[in-house]
Design a protein around this ligand. Sequence first.
Ligand SMILES: [Zn+2]
Length: 132
Amino acid sequence: MPRNPFNPGLAEGVRRFGFRKWYERELLSSHAHLVLVVLCTIAMIGTMEAFASGSQDEKILDVVLLIISGALGLWALRRYLYLLMHAEEVANQASCPACGTYARFELMRENRLTQQIEVRCRQCARHWEINP
Ligand SMILES: [Zn+2]
């Protein structure tokens, strides 16, 4: 799946600005999609209210706008949940299994096919893998 420049994949994100920043960006992006869900819901309520008092042509436009905002809202909800769950899943693997230090590691290797990365703890030098 092609990613946008604001949400690079895990390996590229860790390499470019570190795990904590990558994680923060994923959460920010996910919550921006939640804001879009709220806006789409408001738009749907607005079109339903306008439907009651509109003329025939306006009613058709209201239905079209209702469908568009509903579809956009569903897409944004899916994206919100995906980004949030993915960020949490990766964050749960970010603690060193040996010393428990959170998110202090460097990228050693990446599997471009599976997106799995091998990292090394900066505290105790233990290697482990993170599966996104
Ligand atoms: Zn460690």
